[in-house]
Design a protein around this ligand. Structure first.
Ligand SMILES: *Cc1c(COP(=O)(O)O)cnc(C)c1O
Length: 347
């Protein structure tokens, strides 16, 4: 890996972050707060929230096996995806490399930040990735390589050895998005951040944790990278309602496990049933809470399902996903409705 000072945009490396009122008194005790121009009359939401979400990180740390100082929390993974562009990529000069197809936000963030986005196709039959092809697509201006595993929309997770090959051989930052790792039998990679200073691993509360509405995403990385995230983020990027709700959710981890088990059971049943339908050509193996199904005519089936009030994701126009629908695992009742509708469909 190149030195972080060389990978980081010079303006960001030199940046003096905004210092909020609470930062300046930090560590001392007080009970009269006249420092932040808040309104004293509307407790408990009148005070600015903890900018570094320390209580929340204390709860997340043992659960994820990652020290607090290696955790960044953001307004969804979206924030943790966007910040690295703003930290590392000089607009109009630098580029990033990603597998294709993958999660659409990486390309949107690249476009917003005026950063060239280089796509490296997955294997067209297995959707596996080739680390050598990813590495070959990088040049001296490549700052980040994105690997989503389990990958959206294909559903498969990549062998850890392949990901580690990219991490060890690439000179820049590697972001491994593990939004769906709770549904995978593969070991998550977040604890490897201690070994690899250029590795950033993303997690989210939006999928297995069942809290997409509160907008809370996580990034795990070495302390220096987390320091850069904290320097560039909005001071109060995670609001108090979200912090409080997340603490509630984290206080019952057994519920998470029950939900994951339910989804995994339903996944097996739904995939088997969809595979047997005449309108389904094949289904792809998955490590996530969704799967990709190749249909006889994805667009007409998609439209048909909409008429029945059922929405799946049409991935027909996505590279290597011709005639594919991406189906999220719902409740037993929802999955039964989907199957009933698909059984009535005739090409
Ligand atoms: C759904 C998803 C996320 C979650 O994004 P949030 O902003 O945390 O809701 C992140 N990465 C991938 C690949 C996803 O599919």
């Amino acid at each position: 890996m190149k030195p972080l000072s060389e990978l980081t945009r010079p303006n960001i490396w030199a940046l003096k972050p905004y210092s909020c009122a609470r930062d300046e008194f930090k560590g001392m005790k007080a009970d009269v707060f006249l420092d932040a121009n808040e309104n004293p009359h509307s407790a408990p939401i009148n005070r600015y929230p903890d900018p570094l979400q320390e209580e929340l990180k204390q709860m997340i740390s043992p659960l994820k096996g990652v020290p607090e100082q290696n955790i960044f929390l953001g307004n969804g993974s979206d924030e943790a995806i966007d910040l690295p562009f703003r930290i590392f990529c000089r607009p109009g000069v630098d580029n990033v490399v990603a597998i294709d197809p993958t999660y659409g936000m990486y390309e949107v963030c690249a476009d917003v930040n005026d950063v060239e986005y280089r796509k490296v196709p997955l294997d067209e039959k297995t959707y596996d990735m080739d680390p050598d092809k990813l590495l070959a697509a990088a040049d001296e201006n490549t700052k980040i390589i994105f690997i989503c595993s389990p990958n959206n929309p294909t559903g498969n997770a990549f062998a850890p050895e392949k990901i580690i090959k990219v991490v060890t051989e690439f000179q820049g930052i590697v972001i491994v998005d593990e939004a769906y790792s709770e549904f995978s039998s593969q070991k998550p990679m977040r604890q490897l951040i201690a070994e690899y200073p250029n590795l950033i691993v993303l997690n989210t509360f939006s999928k297995a944790w069942g809290a997409a509405a509160i907008r809370l995403g996580m990034a795990f990385a070495n302390e220096e990278i987390i320091g850069l995230f904290n320097k560039v983020k909005y001071p109060y990027n995670v609001n108090k309602l979200t912090q409080e709700k997340a603490k509630d959710i984290l206080s019952d981890v057994t519920l998470l496990q029950r939900h994951i088990n339910l989804i995994l059971e339903e996944r097996e049943h739904l995939m088997k049933s969809v595979a047997m339908l005449p309108c389904c050509k094949s289904i792809y193996p998955t490590d996530a809470n969704f799967f990709l199904a190749k249909m006889s005519d994805a667009t007409s089936i998609y439209q048909y399902l909409i008429q029945k009030g059922i929405v799946v994701r049409n991935r027909n126009k996505v590279n290597l996903c011709g005639n594919c629908l991406r189906i999220t695992i719902g409740t037993k009742d929802e999955n039964t409705k989907l199957l009933a509708a698909l059984r009535q469909y005739h090409d």
